[in-house]
Design a protein around this ligand. Structure first.
Ligand SMILES: Nc1ncnc2c1ncn2[C@@H]1O[C@H](COP(=O)(O)OP(=O)(O)O)[C@@H](O)[C@H]1O
Ligand SMILES: CC(C)(COP(=O)(O)O)[C@@H](O)C(=O)O
Length: 285
């Protein structure tokens, strides 16, 4: 009987970031963000040819989007020397600053390692997900972020970088997304990257409200803030709700139980919490 393995990884919303080269020469980033309870669940089984299907479901479990193929996952499976049938499932929109490419990679590599009994160490699984993410220009700091939970301050880049994780904020995170922003176009644009460097805040936030203040200042000063996001953030300010722009997506994330009502004036709202943990294997049978 074919073995079916399943793994989950949380997503990650960056509030501010700055590309930085790792000590080993790899690309990476430093920054601040939130590891979220929403993410990607990936199912892997053997197939004589790799086929990846991306599924996004709505609240009623109805399929909203079905896409064939995921270049970062195909790359990772090639590096593992396996061919597989892969299905990723998520609720959040793709390419919208929720770190779903990293979540898809961490969950796919973990499930594939189990399915094909590769016997990889944790370090090897994460290194492969990181390599595939950076090689595909689909993200810089989301893989290290999703190896654990909390709202985080990534002080140095890469998987061995220093990450401060805080767990002292347990109200809801609400998010609204108006359209995607392709990560690849931003991380390859030298002018934008220079502006992120200038706007990057120093130090780590002392609490969740300070995290949102630092994120908002970064979003404006880096020039990445969109008109749509600014309008929603202003509405949050009127009601003293901490909010900022989802990096990198044309949308807003906001903190606290009143956030959902304000955001719902602007589009479909996704409600989640700060995740207490990183990715894990869910099923092996
Ligand atoms: N849920 C998913 N399942 C599989 N692959 C995904 C998923 N989300 C994104 N990707 C892959 O990641 C790349 C886009 O990454 P990016 O724009 O950074 O998305 P995100 O902002 O969600 O991380 C695409 O190649 C896409 O196929
Ligand atoms: C902001 C970003 C470069 C991209 O994030 P996403 O669009 O979610 O893939 C992230 O990886 C980071 O380094 O902080």
């Amino acid at each position: 009987m074919t073995k079916i393995s399943k793994a989950f990884s949380p997503g990650h919303i960056s509030g501010y970031f700055c590309p930085k080269t790792c000590t080993n020469g790899d690309k990476g980033s430093i920054g601040g963000g939130i590891v979220i309870t929403e993410g990607v669940t990936t199912t892997v089984s053997y197939s004589d040819k790799t086929a990846v299907e991306i599924i996004r479901r709505g609240d009623d479990n109805k399929i909203l989007t079905k896409i064939s193929g995921s270049p970062p996952i195909a790359y990772a499976l090639r590096r593992m020397n396996v061919t597989a049938r892969v299905q990723t499932e998520c609720r959040l929109p793709l390419g919208s600053g929720f770190g779903l490419s990293a979540a898809a990679l961490l969950s796919a590599v973990t499930a594939a390692d189990d399915c094909f009994e590769c016997g990889y160490s944790t370090e090897k699984r994460e290194a492969l997900a990181y390599e595939a993410e950076v090689y595909s220009s689909s993200g810089l700091g989301d893989v290290p972020a999703a190896t654990g939970g909390g709202y985080i301050c990534r002080k140095t880049p890469g998987l061995n970088g220093e990450i401060i994780r805080k767990f002292d904020a347990d109200e809801e995170i609400a998010a609204v997304s108006l359209s995607p922003i392709p990560t690849e176009e931003i991380v390859k644009n030298t002018k934008i990257l220079e502006d992120t460097r200038k706007a990057f805040p120093s130090g780590c936030p002392g609490g969740i409200e300070e995290f949102f203040r630092m994120s908002k200042k970064f979003a404006f000063e880096s020039g990445l803030m969109t008109e749509d996001a600014e309008k929603i953030i202003r509405a949050c300010e009127e009601e003293s709700v901490p909010a900022s722009m989802t990096m990198l997506g044309n949308g807003v994330f906001a903190y606290g139980n009143p956030a959902k009502k304000i955001l719902s004036r602007f589009g479909s709202v996704y409600v989640m919490k700060i995740s207490e943990s990183g990715y894990s294997l869910l099923q092996s049978k």
